[in-house]
Design a protein around this ligand. Structure first.
Ligand SMILES: NC(=O)C1=CN([C@@H]2O[C@H](COP(=O)(O)OP(=O)(O)OC[C@H]3O[C@@H](n4cnc5c(N)ncnc54)[C@H](OP(=O)(O)O)[C@@H]3O)[C@@H](O)[C@H]2O)C=CC1
Ligand SMILES: O=C(O)[C@@H]1CCC=N1
Length: 276
């Protein structure tokens, strides 16, 4: 199955909020015609309504033989929303879900144990084509179906394949939730600049450009982040003093980040067990 088959047979998108719409824009940019897309969402955005004018099917009947059903509702909505896709669970439609926490067993309980399902964990830089998504398929999914899910997610950035489903909660904690940690770092950096006397506008400008520039350098450089950090740090200079605070083994960023990632991963595990 390839993208032209998806265009011919159709793609169902269940839930088109922040993540669903980022994915949809990526597929449209890659040439998927709006008329191949069937969106189910109770409160469609203005953008979706405009796409419906171009042929996108909005809250209409499901196609008979969709190639893909992509699930992008909140885990808490799954019990209500997922049974609506049961009619597609005849083994021919590949289900791809981006929901945090919910395990293959949870989907199989509704869709049947023979439904091919791929779990994917993207992140919001997908909205600018710079996401990273980890994916893994269940037993009934074929290598060709995993490749197709990979291609779908590559429309919005990079992908990595996981070895086991149990790695997914750690991925949620690291790259799924991770953009929020970085945005919080920008906020904290800007507030700290203000505390040193800069205007809010100047401080935010400097903080955003510093994080974006450091990210781009970390990605482009052959050096690891440790060397890049050392390259900023003159012996007994200014950065050295700041890093004594940030790299404190008890109170620094290391233990704090371990705690934050663990809290997200634990919540992902919890969402897999409950619908709260
Ligand atoms: N945001 C992120 O950073 C990431 C999110 N995810 C996962 O993506 C999924 C969606 O998250 P996100 O996009 O942030 O959430 P949003 O709330 O932005 O999107 C969910 C969408 O689903 C709609 N919806 C609610 N009930 C139903 C229903 N019964 N049938 C169809 N659609 C429905 C919502 O409508 P309404 O708003 O009107 O309720 C909303 O438009 C989650 O499972 C999350 O775990 C994964 C990786 C990263
Ligand atoms: O906060 C959440 O539950 C979702 C999953 C990963 C990022 N956002």
């Amino acid at each position: 199955m390839n993208m032209s088959e998806v265009a011919a047979r159709g793609l169902v998108l269940l839930g088109c909020g922040r993540m669903g719409s980022a994915l949809l824009e990526g597929w449209l940019k890659q040439g998927l015609p709006p008329s191949s897309v069937h969106v189910i969402d109770p409160n469609p955005s203005a953008r979706l309504r405009a796409l419906a004018e171009e042929g996108l099917h909005l809250n209409a009947d499901l196609p008979e033989d969709a190639a893909i059903a992509l699930i992008a509702v909140k885990p808490q909505m799954m019990t209500d929303a997922l049974p609506g896709l049961r009619r597609l669970a005849d083994g021919r439609t590949l289900f791809v879900t981006v929901a945090a926490g919910i395990s293959f067993a949870g989907y199989e309980a509704v869709l049947g144990e023979n439904a091919p399902i791929v779990r994917a964990m993207p992140n919001t830089p997908a909205a600018v084509g710079r996401g990273i998504t980890a994916i893994i398929g269940n037993g009934p999914s074929t290598p060709a179906q995993l490749d197709l899910a990979d291609a779908l997610l590559q429309a919005v950035g990079q992908t990595v394949l996981l070895d086991s489903e149990s790695q997914m909660d750690a991925v949620v904690g690291l790259s799924g939730s991770g953009p929020a940690y970085v945005f919080n770092m920008i906020e904290a950096l800007a507030a700290a600049g203000e505390a040193q006397g800069l205007t809010p506008e100047m401080s935010l400008h400097l903080a955003k450009a510093t994080v974006a520039g450091a990210g781009a350098l970390a990605e482009a450089s052959p050096e690891g982040p440790g060397t890049l950090r050392e390259n900023v740090t003159s012996p007994n200079g200014t950065t050295y003093e700041a890093l004594k605070v940030l790299m404190d083994p008890q109170t620094g960023l290391g233990p704090l980040m371990r705690k934050a990632v663990a809290a997200s991963a634990d919540r992902s595990r919890e969402l897999g067990r409950t619908d709260e």
